[in-house]
Design a protein around this ligand. Structure first.
Ligand code: NI
Length: 136
């Protein structure tokens, strides 16, 4: 790792014990790795909250036998074609499909895309995961 900076952190013993428990449960190598991950997540969240440009995946699980659902989901994706980069379709079983939709754009627009897709009648579950675009 380049430009590695070390710094000290003071915290209550009880909080540190809980943090170590989290590290164990999540399988981090050490406290530094866990802290870096938490900081990146906080920065992603801040970028999302500030409406900045982000990239995201939207996951949908639905029953393709629901009448016209596939057509509605396809139409919505065409409506937001400028934000959608790629779509992966998986036939889970005889009834169910999963779609993972890769997007990039303003957080507000991606939130709108995900709310419309996830709110479509017949979509059983899913969610959106956003990440800040790395600074170049
Ligand atoms: Ni399918």
């Amino acid at each position: 790792m380049t430009n590695l900076v070390r710094f000290g952190i003071a915290m209550e013993r009880s909080l540190l014990d809980r943090f170590d428990g989290l590290i164990e449960r999540r399988g981090f190598e050490n406290r530094s790795e866990a802290l870096r991950d938490l900081i990146r997540r906080a920065l992603d969240q801040e970028a999302w909250d500030a409406g900045k440009h982000v990239c995201a995946t939207i996951t949908l699980v639905y029953d393709h036998h629901v009448r016209e659902l596939t057509e509605r989901l396809n139409e919505l994706q065409h409506d937001f074609g400028d934000a959608i980069v790629s779509t992966l379709h998986v036939h889970l079983d005889h009834h169910h499909c999963m779609e993972v939709i890769a997007c990039r754009g303003r957080a507000r627009q991606l939130r709108e895309v995900s709310e419309k897709l996830l709110g479509t009648k017949g979509v059983l579950s899913g969610g959106i995961v956003a990440a800040a675009l790395p600074k170049t």
